[in-house]
Design a protein around this ligand. Structure first.
Ligand code: FE2
Ligand code: FE2
Length: 151
């Protein structure tokens, strides 16, 4: 599978989890919120790692300055999400700022995913070509199973 297709599937999984989290939040299902949050954190952690290890560097090699700037910004957006996830990992859903932090994770990731799907991935599809995208897709798939197994 093309790397960009595979990563878009990850995005869809995470968005579904976001909606499930919001639903659990509305009905004050604290235990469920924690379980869904743990899944969100795992998916995001693995997804950001494979993008940073595999897609972003491959794309960077082929990018002009504008493309490199976009990649650097995307990297920083991952950093913001990682910081929040690290804080949330030490908290409980009942803590005062838990929901606020999760809300910012959701907003940040949705903004970031929008830019990836509307700008970065179409650029990658055009620049890297089908053969390279499929090769990167295989590497991503393999790395994802390693990372999930190590969690
Ligand atoms: Fe990303
Ligand atoms: Fe992504």
């Amino acid at each position: 599978m093309k790397a960009t297709t595979l990563l878009k599937k990850d995005h869809a999984v995470v968005k579904k989890l976001f909606r499930a989290y919001e639903k659990a939040d509305k009905s004050d299902a604290t235990a469920q919120k924690k379980a869904i949050f743990d899944q969100i954190a795992a998916e995001l952690d693995v997804h950001m790692k494979v993008e940073e290890e595999i897609l972003y560097p491959a794309l960077k090699k082929e990018s002009d300055q504008d493309g490199v700037d976009k990649l650097l910004e995307a990297h920083e957006e991952h950093g913001v999400v990682k910081t929040l996830l690290a804080q949330l990992a030490k908290m409980k859903p009942g803590d005062e700022t838990f929901d606020a932090k999760v809300a910012v994770v959701i907003e940040s990731v949705e903004h970031h995913v929008g830019e990836e799907e509307e700008e970065m991935f179409p650029d990658a599809d055009e620049t890297l070509g089908l053969k390279k995208l499929q090769e990167l897709g295989e590497r991503i798939e393999h790395r994802k199973s390693e990372l999930f197994a190590a969690r």
